[in-house]
Write a protein that binds this ligand. Structure first.
Ligand code: SF4
Length: 378
């Protein structure tokens, strides 16, 4: 493998469990467990570096969970090891953080070890909605978190915003995106709340009284239009960036480029193979290796190979969509004509097809799952 890969490190610790969250995270872990986890990550980095023949990386994303709970010293050990092995030359190095936590020391250690981007879980500026989400922070904490990052020289700041909350209005979405801009976000991710099985919200789904799909569409379009007006470019269904601030790490996922995930529940895609660590910290601490994903049963159009299918699905999340020449360069053959023919049959206000490729429109993004199924499986 000659091109640099993306590195992901999953930190599975949180202060408490948010009722909508289905990420793998544990509460109330001792400093000893955090030390053991840090050692296990460092060992895994060394092991994988060797296994992959000394590959380099140009993005590192430390997500979770709540990575900042590790504290500055442990994070610095991990970053130093990753940099020493995988070079991380001119790399984008991101860490997730929650407003309201103690961030000064940890941001400072992160920046001094090469960290240059933070992704902060703002969710909303509306205090009542934050309480509905049982977030621990208050609206003012977001500004303090951004200021703490700026004070360490980190100016590449992404804020997560949630759409589809109970009682959320277009006005409050416009306010949230505008506030993110005012306090200096170079990047905004705006996701519609999805109720996942296994969460507390799922158990209580009949009493949540969330906006219906039409109302969510209205909130989403308001978020997109506000972002446009403020100078952000929508480069993916849920992601908006000032020019040059697109998330390089996440773009690797959508391009089906190789990435290595380390930590319990972390997924990887290397040499056209997907594998993942089990959601079990004890297995990770014991050094148990990842398991390979089962091949998905091939459904629908059998002329399209599994990885081509995945590529089409992922690339249609991007505003660029699928480019025929890039598809050919990646897979060594033209995109199947059947995909182009089906795209041409779909309404042009949802999907655009020209001589260069296929892309979803903004309205098409709202129906992306249905449209992708029609392209690939109908
Ligand atoms: S802080 Fe983030 S990762 Fe942790 S439970 Fe809440 S949403 Fe999930």
């Amino acid at each position: 493998m000659s091109d640099p890969i993306g590195l992901y490190i999953h930190v599975p610790f949180c202060v408490s469990k948010c009722p909508y969250c289905d990420f793998y995270s544990l509460q109330g872990q001792s400093p000893e467990v955090m030390d053991a986890y840090t050692n296990a990550v460092i060992d895994a980095l060394a092991l994988w570096y060797q296994k992959l023949g000394g590959v380099s990386a140009d993005t590192l994303y430390i997500g979770g969970g709540t990575p900042t709970l590790l504290g500055g010293k442990r994070l610095k050990r991990i970053l130093d090891k990753a940099t020493k092995l995988f070079k991380l030359k001119n790399a984008e190095i991101t860490m997730e953080a929650n407003p309201g936590d103690l961030l000064d020391e940890v941001f400072s250690a992160f920046a001094s070890a090469g960290g240059n981007r933070v992704s902060i879980g703002m969710q909303t500026c509306d205090d009542a909605q934050l309480r509905f989400l049982r977030r621990r922070h208050r609206p003012q904490d977001v500004e303090n978190a951004v200021a703490a990052a700026h004070a360490c020289g980190i100016n590449n700041i992404s804020l997560d915003i949630m759409l589809g909350l109970r009682g959320q209005s277009v006005k409050s979405v416009v306010f949230d995106i505008s506030r993110a801009f005012e306090i200096g976000a170079s990047h905004v991710s705006a996701y519609i709340l999805k109720i996942e099985e296994g969460t507390l919200f799922y158990q209580n789904r009949d009493t949540l009284f969330l906006p219906d799909s039409d109302e969510c569409a209205e909130l989403y379009l308001a978020a997109c239009q506000t972002a446009d007006m403020l100078g952000y470019r929508q480069y993916e269904i849920s992601n908006f960036a000032m020019p040059g601030y697109e998330c390089r790490h996440n773009i690797k996922y959508w391009n089906l480029d190789p990435y290595l995930g380390i930590g319990p529940a972390a997924h990887s895609y290397i040499n056209n193979t997907r594998f993942y660590y089990e959601q079990d910290i004890n297995l990770f601490l014991k050094g148990v290796m990842p398991v390979h994903e089962q091949d998905k049963p091939q459904k629908g159009n059998h002329n399209i190979h599994e990885h081509e299918n995945e590529y089409i699905m992922l690339r249609l999340r991007l505003d660029e969509g699928i480019k025929y020449n890039e598809f050919k360069a990646k897979f060594g053959r033209d995109i199947p004509q059947s995909v182009i023919d089906r795209a041409k049959e779909l309404p042009s206000h949802l999907i655009s097809v020209d001589n260069d490729g296929i892309r979803l429109t903004r309205l098409g993004f709202l129906l992306s799952n249905t449209l992708i199924c029609k392209l690939l499986y109908d």
